[in-house]
Design a protein around this ligand. Structure first.
Ligand code: F6P
Length: 533
């Protein structure tokens, strides 16, 4: 049992409630900037590879101080240290949580160093043999995996396109829906394809089903030598062997699926960017680990972001957060973050199993800018809900089109400006609107064209998107999720919520053959009859 109180029982929580009523609720960013010329500096945070401007958020120094006090009372530092030390903080599964050990450098004294090094070295050596395409003959790599065994590589490979192998194509098959794998297989030749069956458990229905389809296709197409064209990344080496896979790269039960891109699950990334760059990815993540482990929470970027999340979710009541990366390479980052954050912190009981009286994980969603601008930014600017936005700007592109880069970055800044500044009714009234419907009253039209402003955002800035900076960015997100989860007093490392649907699916499957609807609720029975026929 923790000696630290749950957040809602902490003194600082009460103080934050009072502070919210007195100041937080009515804080106006425009006034706050006018009042305090030092606001940008006060709310800027430099972490390894990632700079954050947190000044356009609905908080002040008093909020920040109380949130840091809350972290102190709730034992964030102790919980963080317990994670790094390999204590079994994943209490419902009795496991340590040690993804940080996967990126610790040689000689750092991190737990399991020898095992981690051995797999990493073997995995990177294998990646290099695949990259030598004249001898390996491999031109297509297909990662078959889902959730944490898919989203990390699927996010990182396009993100690092600038340094990726030019002669190997990467494909990601995750969905059990055959519309996922079918178009991928259409373009492949067995002799030049490497399938990576990625599954921590090697039992996941989707992955096993897709791997079986891939193996059948491979043999039907005249493919020879399954053992050469299928490799496994898994903790379940015996199940992989039973599939016919002899080359496997293992990891351990203390690596959660959504924290596993640093492990053997990162094999597609290693093949794409090579051993040296993969080590740089790990080094970037490690630099962020050190920052999180040692910086005081006032200057600790993941901690600041996690504390802000608590402030927004539990005091402002904001139920979602939008992520807007202004770098097309990060197009899958929102999906990656959805699993990281919502599978980790989408919990409704505390560590002791008691129902929580407060909200936890927000909905996390987004699209790369500027695509999001032409889709849902309307709602962000003028909808009824306030949705904090997280902009990610990358200063130097890895393409030669400077004019496009300047436009992308200007759009990024303009959006955060527009959210904050808004457009008052008087300004809207003064504008000529050539397309207005004839007869519409000017005042009424101005109301449609008014922007309330005072909508919060964070801007993260990377110098360039490199293996090192991507590693740091993702580790920052991991620790931010950890921070919020620790304050909420939940287990961020289990995922029981995915089990029930899996069990019911296993129960439904045989009914497709028999047509038996006995014991089903009327809606499910009727849908089953409709879908079967
Ligand atoms: O969705 C549940 C989950 O267990 C995730 O946490 C995990 O990343 C995913 O399934 C895939 O699991 P596995 O790697 O065992 O196939």
């Amino acid at each position: 049992m923790s000696v630290h109180p749950r957040c809602d029982r902490a003194l600082a929580w009460r103080a934050l409630q009072g502070h919210y009523q007195a100041h937080g609720r009515t804080l106006d960013l425009r006034e706050a900037f006018a009042r305090d010329p030092g606001r940008v500096d006060a709310f800027s945070c430099q972490a390894p590879e990632v700079f954050a401007d947190l000044s356009k958020n609905l908080w002040d120094l008093a909020t920040q101080k109380l949130l840091v006090e809350l972290a102190g009372e709730c034992g964030l530092a102790q919980r963080r240290d317990a994670m790094f030390a390999g204590k079994a903080i994943n209490s419902t599964e009795g496991r340590a949580v040690l993804h940080t050990a996967l990126r610790a450098p040689r000689g750092s004294g991190a737990p399991f160093e020898d095992e981690v090094r051995a797999v990493l070295d073997a995995m990177l050596a294998f990646a290099e043999t695949v990259r030598a395409t004249t001898t390996s003959g491999i031109r297509d790599v297909v990662n078959i995996g889902i959730g944490g065994s898919d989203l990390g590589p699927q996010m990182a490979v396009p993100a690092l396109h600038g340094v990726a192998h030019r002669d190997i194509r990467f494909h990601f098959v995750s969905n059990v829906d055959g519309h996922d794998i079918t178009p991928v297989l259409e373009h492949l030749r067995p002799e030049s394809t490497l399938f990576i069956v990625a599954s921590k458990t090697f039992t996941t229905q989707e992955t096993m089903a897709n791997a079986a389809v891939a193996r059948r296709w491979f043999l039907d197409q005249g493919g020879r030598d399954i053992a050469r064209h299928f490799v496994g990344t898994t903790t379940n080496l015996s199940a992989a062997a039973a599939f016919g896979i002899t080359t496997t790269f293992g990891f351990w039960d203390w690596v959660g699926g959504r924290y596993s891109m640093w492990s053997a699950i990162g094999l597609p990334i290693a093949i794409a960017i090579g051993a040296e760059n993969f080590r740089a990815l790990l080094a970037g993540a490690h630099a962020m680990d050190r920052h999180f482990a040692t910086e005081p929470f006032e200057r600790n970027l993941p901690a600041q972001l996690g504390l802000l999340d608590v402030w927004y979710r539990n005091f402002h009541g904001f139920a979602s957060r939008s992520v807007a990366p202004y770098h097309q390479g990060l197009k899958r980052l929102p999906a990656y973050l959805q699993q990281l954050e919502m599978e980790s912190n989408g919990k409704r009981v505390d560590l002791a199993g008691e129902d929580l009286p407060y909200a936890t994980s927000p909905v996390v969603w987004g699209e790369p800018g500027t695509n999001g601008q032409h889709a849902f930014f309307q709602m962000l600017h003028q909808g009824t809900d306030v949705i904090p936005v997280e902009f990610i700007a990358v200063r130097e592109p890895s393409h030669p089109h400077r004019d496009l880069q300047v436009k992308a970055l200007a759009n990024c800044l303009a959006q955060s400006q527009a959210l904050m500044l808004g457009k008052p009714a008087e300004q809207a009234r003064g504008e000529r609107v050539p397309t207005a419907a004839p007869g519409i009253d000017a005042d009424r039209l101005a109301r449609h064209r008014t922007f309330p402003g005072n909508r919060p955002s964070t801007t993260l800035v990377l110098q360039s998107l490199t293996p090192r900076s991507l590693g740091a960015l993702i580790a920052m997100y991991e620790h931010r999720v950890f921070t919020a989860g620790a304050l909420w007093g939940i287990n961020s490392f289990d995922q029981w919520g995915v089990e029930l649907g899996k069990a019911l699916c296993s129960e439904l499957l045989p009914r497709w053959t028999t047509g038996d609807t006995d014991g089903l609720d009327p809606s499910t029975a009727s849908l089953l009859r409709r879908l079967r026929s």
